[in-house]
Design a protein around this ligand. Structure first.
Ligand code: PEP
Ligand code: MG
Length: 537
């Protein structure tokens, strides 16, 4: 039994086998063959198996993340069966008398280069799809199991996970997550929390752990490898107790959260996909304080169209029955890349083309999203929120674009209701000029996850500097206080939707600062309400 200490992401525990998620690092060798027909048959069997796996993944994904998001796996299955790709592989096997693995590698390289050299960014991004399919075929041919698809539930271990990686997994199979990189403020961690998956980070992953039994203790931030039977029993008991406390908890979802002196603090939900809507409503969320639309963009294999987005936003707005639904325009970039959108590699992506900057660069994408949001607003109480704002100039540009989008819709006879406009206060600049920005906003939403990263110069994902990431730093508190005071002068509400809002120890201090709305993951709403009720203010 060995104990590894890391950082806590979510407080729960998990007991199970470890599965290592690795990028393919085996280099394929050109082995000569004599029986080329047998090699072609091996290749064709591998294609059939890849297509079967991908279609099964598609079914699984459509249960978890919706049919339209699962389309990517069907597209991959079709690409695996592509006739042009087959022709190249078969030619390479017969003419060069090489093994199927190497023939697939060569054909893969050719198609990847071909796509990556295309002008159109959409086709350029297809190179990544070919890479995934090539990897899958080679793994099958080499007799390797595809990481992340074992038949039993498992603890997923990886150097780093992106939210996209996590969304591709079958939720019901993941017992827990252990990563080397990532902190409690990384987007993948936030997603793990809302998926209620026990998680820890800061543990150096050893590939030899694959298949070993382990205990993940989220409360202590430790990983116990090859635990003895007594320790396993102890943790299974803790798990059962946690599940019981969860079911025994008094259902207070219908009562508003009031402090001891009767001050009502609005508690809303942060969500990323449709499956969380039900959880938000069941937890008694007074609306959606942050709809992270980028997850829809990450789940799809291509930019989601206006209709697809409209349906998603309309469903969210209708499900909340008149409660406010704050739809944030897409916050792509940094640790939320879009594989299919051509995004140049950046040295400092957190300081690069992210969120609103990417929207300005991709007007077609931005206008499409805004049209979908305005159309959905007719079905309830929607608001639009803009991320990563740093200047008045950006807000002037947004107002101009909003005007054009409204005109486009009106000219088609589509009614365009007035909807509140919010600004994310998540850069030091935005907080410092919040007096001026309040002229352009109906509400502010403070994103402490990014605000702390930018104020303290600490990458929110970098474990090695996580000790410097202190959302309670005086510099941040001063900016929160300044933002709240500027919002008050203008008479607009301030919501806090960063992870700090979910910390019960922060609740009293945030209310004392004047924050009147908190938005947290649905699974944490009940805890936050309790903290509000315990508050003397
Ligand atoms: C934040 O930065 O605090 C926030 C809520 O946005 P995100 O975590 O999606 O960057
Ligand atoms: Mg942010």
């Amino acid at each position: 039994m060995e104990i590894y200490r890391g950082n806590k992401i979510t407080a729960q525990t998990a007991v199970g086998e470890i599965r290592i998620k690795t990028a393919r690092d085996v280099r394929v060798q050109p082995v000569s063959v004599t029986d080329t027909d047998a090699e072609i048959r091996r290749y064709e069997d591998a294609v059939r198996q890849a297509a079967r796996e991908l279609r099964a993944l598609s079914e699984q994904a459509s249960r978890n993340i919706g049919t339209w998001n699962a389309k990517i796996f069907d597209v991959h299955a079709m690409m695996a069966e592509d006739v042009d790709f087959r022709r190249e592989v078969v030619t390479a096997i017969t003419e060069r008398k090489i093994c199927a693995e190497y023939a697939v590698e060569l054909a893969g390289r050719h198609f990847i280069t071909m796509f990556e050299e295309m002008e159109d960014p959409y086709f350029r991004a297809r190179g990544q799809d070919v890479r995934d399919i090539t990897d899958r075929l080679i793994r099958i041919l080499m007799g390797e199991k595809i990481a992340g698809e074992p038949d039993r539930p498992y603890i997923l271990a990886a150097t780093e996970l992106t939210p996209g990686d996590l969304m591709q997994q079958d939720r019901s199979r993941i017992l827990g997550i252990v990563t080397e990189q990532g902190t409690v403020y990384s987007h993948a961690s936030i997603l793990a929390k809302s998926m209620r998956i026990p998680a820890i980070s800061g543990i150096r992953i050893n590939p030899d752990w694959d298949g070993h039994r382990a205990i993940l203790d989220g409360a202590r931030g430790t990983l116990i490898l090859d635990p003895d039977i007594e320790t396993v029993k102890e943790y299974l008991r803790i798990n059962a107790e946690q599940a019981e406390t969860q079911t025994d908890r008094k259902d207070d979802s219908a009562e508003p959260a009031l402090t001891k002196s009767g001050k009502h603090i609005v508690v809303r939900a942060n969500i990323g996909d449709a499956s969380e809507l039900e959880a938000a409503a069941a937890a008694g969320a007074e609306g959606i304080g942050l709809l992270r639309t980028e997850y829809l963009f990450m789940e799809s294999g291509q930019l989601p169209g206006e209709e697809e987005q409209f349906r998603f936003y309309r469903d969210a707005v209708s499900a909340m029955k008149g409660q406010k639904v704050v739809i944030r325009t897409v916050d792509i970039g940094a640790d939320k890349p879009l594989p299919y959108l051509a995004m140049p590699k950046e040295e400092n992506p957190a300081l690069g083309k992210r969120a609103i900057r990417l929207c300005f660069d991709n007007p077609e994408m931005f206008y499409t999203q805004l049209r979908a949001i305005y159309r959905a607003a007719a079905y309830g109480n929607a608001a639009v929120l803009y991320p990563m704002i740093t200047s008045e100039r950006e807000m002037k540009e947004i107002l101009k674009i909003e005007g054009e989008v409204r005109e486009q819709l009106r000219s088609k006879g589509i009614p365009v209701p007035e909807i509140p406009r919010g600004i994310m206060i998540e850069t030091p600049a935005a907080a410092l000029i919040s007096d001026r920005l309040s002229e352009y906003a109906d509400f502010f939403s403070i994103g402490t996850n990014d605000l702390a990263q930018y104020v303290l110069a600490v990458d929110r994902r970098n474990v090695s500097v996580s000790g410097y990431y202190d959302p309670w730093h005086d510099a941040i508190l001063r900016l929160l206080s300044l933002t709240v005071s500027n919002a008050r002068k203008k008479g607009i509400p301030v919501c806090l939707c960063g992870e700090l809002a979910a910390d019960p120890e922060a609740t009293g201090k945030l209310i004392a600062l004047g924050v009147s709305e908190l938005s947290v993951s649905p699974s944490l709403i009940s805890d936050v309400r309790q903290a509000i009720r315990a508050c003397d203010l």
